[in-house]
Design a protein around this ligand. Structure first.
Ligand SMILES: *[C@@H]1O[C@H](CO)[C@@H](O)[C@H](O)[C@H]1NC(C)=O
Ligand SMILES: *[C@@H]1O[C@H](CO)[C@@H](O)[C@H](O)[C@H]1NC(C)=O
Ligand SMILES: *[C@@H]1O[C@H](CO)[C@@H](O)[C@H](O)[C@H]1NC(C)=O
Ligand SMILES: *[C@@H]1O[C@H](CO)[C@@H](O)[C@H](O)[C@H]1NC(C)=O
Length: 566
């Protein structure tokens, strides 16, 4: 029986379209750029399943990881990714969605433990070790996230030896940047940043001690959040320094980063640093307001950070940064320029960060190894790793990568003596008291901004404070190409760079708001794509079965006819 309602619908075109098959064709977002919201919408509407999504991402990884562009971003695939996704699809049909990450695939830096997968930090010494879920992995499990696999990184998050090239590990080899053939991806969360940039996964997790989330995020055209030390638990993560280490999202948008931060933030009795976080954490997605910069006071610490006596900054970056300052003002922020860190030069010259990290590393890695359920190589202490490397030079110490000087230097440290505690105090003095907090207070600022390069991550590193980086621009085609390590380049034409917002402890909500305001006003990310061979071609349309499409269209058609009749 056709009701009057039908005639009313005739006057209303969008609803009319619902009556015809061409309007009930499922929608597949382009996986190069798909947001968590778009993917969740598609899963919820049954345009595709989580199994489809996992298969599509696995095919994309297959295309560019060890073949074609050979980016070496992914170290290991979760053998149960498809069955995990199938279980989450079934659960969604029976009980509904657990939340924004239900059925959404993630790739995780290979220093963050996921039960059933290796956690190697890129080292053969750790291969085959049996691990429990890290706290962040168990949070993802509860949220219904699908573990797709693990990503390449600088071996031991760049703590094997300072001269080793960024993006290199013994297990994974040299990972490269998808924006220029053999471009350097920065480190140490290299594989995570590469994989996010070209849609090998919905999003990734990285880890930062000093620069290891924000630099690879910036160099690969991603958003990265390095949270305050203490916001996200590090339990189950191959450590460098509990004073410095932080785990955070690498995503294609500030929105995705905020969604992920909501899931991973929180206290954990197994990481005492998290017990000093605020008793109530905000919902970070509430910070996503387009006018996020309006009424904010933003400072520019030019001394040392933008001074060519200390750092090299290419003209392209300098110009893009000066333009960004104009945009920030145009968006209603008050710029205080310069707003110099009193301690900037001392931070540049300090050796206390490295010293403290070496003392911390020896203690923390020994604890991590001692707690492993099993480890086939038998390494249970730092000294065992060094001995393993010496005994297996063809795997771990072959030219030009024959260096483990940071490991041996850390092994020579003697624990937490007076000199150590003086270094800890000095780091806090430089980073906090005479650093970030001094300048925020002096000029009543909400945040500071700098290009994400040079040593701009170091004040926040030694302070334990947060950074949010967003895409800022790309090197022009006539940039002078420079070598990094034996066979990679940075800068080079088309390689991206980023803009860092940083502030005091637990100011993530503020920083996300400002970064979102800038991102939404500029939309830099899609102004330039990865190079052709580095762009995977598989899309959901190639994966979703005819059967599923037919089922979906039939269901939508039946729904349309139901709406027709009363
Ligand atoms: C972990 O590494 C070991 C040793 O190479 C390998 O046999 C195993 O398959 C790996 N685990 C996964 C889940 O790939
Ligand atoms: C830091 O190092 C620079 C460059 O090497 C040097 O010119 C400067 O005097 C040093 N500054 C301090 C405060 O030690
Ligand atoms: C791993 O998990 C088991 C079982 O939940 C627990 O007994 C053990 O203490 C855990 N090990 C570590 C190192 O957390
Ligand atoms: C690159 O091109 C720009 C714009 O055409 C020009 O201003 C700049 O000087 C050139 N840079 C180099 C290194 O040639």
């Amino acid at each position: 029986m056709i009701s009057l309602k039908f005639y009313w619908h005739l006057l209303y075109l969008p609803s009319l379209l619902n009556f015809f098959p061409f309007a009930v064709v499922p929608v597949y977002p382009d996986l190069y750029e798909a947001s968590i919201h778009e993917l969740q919408f598609g899963l919820e509407k049954e345009h595709f399943t989580s199994v489809d999504l996992v298969k599509a991402y696995l095919a994309r990884i297959e295309e560019v990881n060890l073949k074609g562009a050979t980016l070496r971003a992914v170290l290991e695939i979760n053998p149960s990714a498809i069955s995990d996704a199938a279980a989450l699809d079934r659960e969604r049909r029976l009980k509904g969605s657990r939340g924004p990450l239900h059925g959404i695939p993630v790739l995780i830096k290979d220093s963050i433990a996921v039960e059933g997968l290796n956690n190697t930090a890129g080292s053969f010494a750790l291969l085959g070790s049996i691990v429990n879920d890290s706290t962040v992995a168990s949070k993802f499990r509860e949220a219904g996230t699908v573990f797709l696999g693990k990503t390449n990184l600088d071996e031991f998050s760049h703590f094997k030896a300072e001269p080793l090239p960024l993006g290199w590990s013994a297990i994974g080899g040299q990972s490269t940047n998808p924006y220029y053939p053999r471009g350097n991806p920065a480190g140490s969360s290299s594989g995570s940043a590469i994989a996010t940039a070209i849609g090998l996964t919905a999003f990734t997790l990285g880890g930062e001690t000093d620069s290891s989330i924000v630099y690879p995020a910036a160099w690969n055209n991603d958003v990265g959040i390095k949270p305050t030390v203490g916001l996200v638990s590090r339990k189950g993560v191959v450590p460098i320094s509990p004073n410095l280490d932080s785990i955070g999202p690498i995503t294609r948008s500030v929105t995705d980063a905020a969604i992920v931060l909501n899931v991973i933030a929180g206290t954990d009795p197994l990481d005492s640093y998290t017990l000093s976080q605020p008793s109530r954490l905000p919902d970070y997605t509430q910070a996503l307001k387009k006018n996020g910069l309006h009424g904010k006071r933003v400072g520019v610490p030019r001394n040392a950070f933008l001074n060519e006596r200390f750092v090299y900054i290419d003209d392209a970056v300098r110009d893009a940064f000066e333009d960004a300052l104009d945009i920030i003002q145009a968006l209603g922020a008050t710029l205080v320029d310069p707003a110099d860190l009193p301690s900037a030069e001392d931070i540049y010259n300090t050796t206390n960060e490295e010293f403290m990290a070496e003392v911390d590393f020896k203690i923390a890695i020994n604890e991590y190894l001692a707690e492993l359920k099993d480890i086939p190589t038998g390494v249970r202490r730092l000294t065992d790793i060094i001995a393993f490397n010496n005994a297996n030079p063809e795997k771990e110490l072959f030219p030009p990568y024959n260096d483990q000087s940071r490991l041996t230097s850390a092994e020579s440290r003697n624990g937490k003596d007076e000199v150590y505690w003086a270094a800890v105090a000095n780091n806090h003095d430089l980073g906090r008291t005479r650093g970030i907090d001094a300048v925020l207070k002096e000029y009543s600022l909400d945040a500071l901004v700098l290009p994400t390069l040079g040593f701009s991550s170091t004040p926040a590193a030694i302070a334990g404070y947060p950074i949010v980086t967003v895409p800022l621009g790309f090197y022009p085609d006539n940039v002078t190409i420079k070598s990094v390590g034996p066979d990679t380049f940075y800068p080079a034409p088309g390689l991206p760079f980023g803009l860092s917002f940083f502030g005091t402890a637990y100011s993530e909500f503020q920083l996300i708001g400002m970064a979102y305001g800038f991102e939404q006003a500029t939309h830099v990310r899609m102004m330039r794509m990865a190079y052709e061979a580095a762009i995977p071609k598989t899309q959901l349309k190639d994966i979703v079965s005819f059967h599923r499409r037919f089922q979906y269209m039939l269901k939508e058609l039946i729904n349309s006819f139901k709406r027709l009749s009363v």
